[in-house]
Write a protein that binds this ligand. Structure first.
Ligand code: AMP
Ligand code: GLY
Length: 418
């Protein structure tokens, strides 16, 4: 099979790496890809939001399957466009992608199907929002409704911070259209966990749980990022899995299917866990980044078989199998991140990689024959071992051999599991 992967970050490198192990793969193409991906796939210079060009390419080059990494093309309707042309593509259609593309829509869906989540109201008017905020008080969470490149959520500890976030979104318009509506949501305490699941209508196949680390600094301090590292499985939170299936994944899939909007694709559920039970923090409509980097190396199955089965409505025939190991990914970030990162810094990498370790490229490019930084998250450095502790040791050892000026990384990825 010829497979096209859309995207060019660490998640897509992990997807290409896993797809490349499939017996069904003849060649992988990746748009736009990155220098790491180019070692196992042909990179195609088409941006992820150029839906027509992507479809044109897949059609003319006769792709047998397309796999979508990021949310943007999904929200833009890339799946609808491919299907219109009779092309096989894995991912939710534009309507289903609204689960990530609009926080207000996601909340309304959860309300409709009785899925546990934080209490909320939505607003477009600043004064109305302010009135509600003053009644609720801090801590409280303000979310821009639309896609805001991971920057649309403010967890406000004080009234002042919350008011500033409302002002930014509704009056200053710093998120453009994405912030013209906001969701104001109850602050949830607890520990976060991610459940990815292959979903095809009412069939839900959860992957092994993982946990992301969003804040930039150790101890969960500092501003939020796209994710500074992840590990899987999450042994100390495993007792929640049955409840998560029963209260969240199954009612969502069933509710959507029965309302004529069956979900087809990978569903990311971000959860908050505390003694009152699991609550949904967010749904995303694609693999997590960096969750994909830890979960995919643990998957025994041929990924092409799972995705093909799902595209053909046969996901119920698939049984997932997992390595009895743990996986830890530490993000190496450029100086400046999560603000504007320094680009063009020369990178040193180890010459050899042991089995069970991977360096997934995210923000890299080749400049005058040298590998340099080109984005905030530069690498997802990943290792597998018998348990989280061993995998942590391995990954931090590997980190010592990755060098660029001002490299930032957290030294406590996976520590919550110890
Ligand atoms: P989101 O983009 O919705 O995942 O939000 C980004 C991050 O903000 C989450 O991973 C949480 O750490 C935090 N967050 C979002 N909603 C809440 C909430 N209701 N209570 C506490 N923290 C939240
Ligand atoms: N790791 C968070 C996300 O992919 O949205």
């Amino acid at each position: 099979m010829k497979i096209l992967v859309i995207g060019g970050g660490g998640r897509e490198h992990a997807l290409v790496w896993k797809l490349n192990q499939s017996a069904h793969v003849e060649k992988i193409f990746c748009a736009p890809g990155n220098p790491g991906i180019s070692e196992m796939a042909e990179c195609v210079p088409i941006a992820v939001n150029q839906v027509d060009q992507l479809a044109e390419y897949a059609e003319s080059r006769k792709m047998d399957l397309t796999v979508v990494g990021p949310e943007e093309p999904l929200v833009l309707g890339v799946v609808d466009e491919f299907k219109k042309r009779g092309l096989k593509i894995y991912g939710p259609d534009r309507q289903s992608a609204k689960l990530e593309g609009s926080k207000a829509y996601a909340k309304s869906v959860m309300k409709r199907f009785g899925i546990p989540t934080a209490r909320y109201e939505e607003f477009t008017d600043f004064e109305d929002a302010l009135g509600y905020l003053r009644v609720q008080g801090a801590p409280i969470v303000i979310k821009a409704d639309g896609l805001a490149a991971g920057k649309g959520v403010t967890v406000a500890e004080t009234q002042q911070e919350a008011e500033a976030a409302l002002d930014d979104a509704l009056r200053q318009g710093i998120f453009g259209e994405a912030g013209q509506k906001v969701v104001i949501e109850e602050f949830l305490e607890g520990e976060e966990m991610t459940i990815l699941a292959f979903v095809d209508g009412e069939t839900v196949l959860p992957l092994v749980p993982s946990q992301d680390h969003k804040p930039i600094f150790d101890g969960d301090r500092g501003p939020n990022t796209g994710g500074m590292g992840a590990y899987s499985p999450v042994p100390h939170l495993e007792q929640w899995l049955t409840e998560i299936q029963r209260l969240i994944l199954k009612p969502l899939a069933k509710g959507l299917a029965e309302s004529g909007q069956p979900y087809r694709g990978l569903l990311y559920t971000g959860l908050m866990l505390n003694e009152s039970g699991p609550k949904v923090v967010e749904f995303n409509v694609r693999f997590g980044d960096p969750e994909a980097q830890v979960v995919l190396p643990l998957l025994e199955n041929d990924l092409v078989e799972i995705l093909s089965a799902s595209c053909e409505g046969r996901l119920n025939e698939v049984e997932l199998e997992w390595k009895k190991e743990a996986s830890v990914c530490v993000i190496a970030a450029a100086p400046g991140y999560p603000g504007p990162p320094t680009k063009g810094l020369a990178i040193e990498l180890p010459e050899f990689l042991e089995d069970g370790t991977q360096i997934f490229h995210a923000g890299t490019r080749i400049q005058e024959n040298t590998l340099v930084t080109s984005g905030g998250r530069v690498f997802g450095v990943t290792a597998q071992a018998r348990d989280v502790e061993q995998a942590r040791n391995r990954v931090y050892q590997l980190m010592e051999n990755i060098k660029f000026r001002g490299m930032q990384f957290r030294s406590d990825i996976g520590a919550k599991a110890l």
